[in-house]
Design a protein. Structure first.
Lengths: 115, 113
């Protein structure tokens, strides 16, 4: 299996621009998670989906962030407009189920830099 | 908000030595996971502990979940350079089947050859 695939791996953009991060979960997995990792705040859960439906988006920082999962094999995280404080590594993860003991498999991440 | 504090934040030791890192919280978790993350990659799950007092061994790594399910430790015996990485603990909380993971602050471990 190819594992969780994220694109792009690196993104550099200017403040105010729209940024779209993409994720392809492991085939057959029913849950998908978006995380953000920074030195200051560590790894934070932004939103997670189960069977393509958003279950909990309480970690989404503000309205500038939105996430979609149009089908079982694709999800996007969009930031519009982007700000320098959004600079971080964004991870997508997927798991078979939605329970805490279900193993989450992380993608390699997208390193976002907003200038 | 559930907070997980890990200590030490940084640890650098010689190959062959033993070490222990800690994960502490004031909250009770339904389960706790340990991950290792290498530069440029996502975290990889090492172990999940569920029962208070549970001990799990993974080769040279020993994981323990506190009796009250508020803390955990990871002990590495005879550390090797391949153990270098960022170690993250993550506690699960919420309703059964709908738990969320809260990640700790991490311990960055460097094994010196």
């Amino acid at each position: 299996d190819a594992g969780v695939i994220q694109s792009p791996r690196h993104e550099v953009t200017e403040m105010g621009q729209e940024v779209t991060l993409r994720c392809k979960p492991i085939s057959g997995h029913n849950s998908l998670f978006w995380y953000r990792q920074t030195m200051m705040r560590g790894l934070e859960l932004l939103i997670y989906f189960n069977n393509n439906v958003p279950i909990d988006d309480s970690g989404m920082p503000e309205d500038r962030f939105s996430a979609k999962m149009p089908n079982a094999s694709f999800s996007t995280l969009k930031i519009q407009p982007s700000e320098p404080r959004d600079s971080a590594v964004y991870f997508c993860a997927s798991s078979l189920g939605r329970g805490s003991t279900d193993t989450q498999y992380f993608g390699p991440g997208t390193r976002l830099t907003v200038l | 908000t559930q907070l997980l504090e890990q200590s030490p934040q940084f640890l650098s030791i010689q190959e062959g030595e033993n070490l222990t890192v800690y994960c502490n919280s004031s909250s009770v978790f339904s389960s706790l996971q340990w991950y290792r993350q290498e530069p440029g990659e996502g975290p990889v799950l090492l172990v999940t502990v569920v029962t208070g007092g549970e001990v799990k061994k993974l080769k040279r790594l020993t994981f323990q979940f506190g009796d009250a399910r508020k803390d955990s430790s990871l002990h590495i015996t005879a550390a090797q350079t391949g153990d270098t990485g960022l170690y993250l603990c993550a506690g699960a909380f919420g309703n059964f089947g709908n738990e969320k993971l809260t990640f700790g602050t991490g311990t960055r471990l460097t094994i010196i050859p």
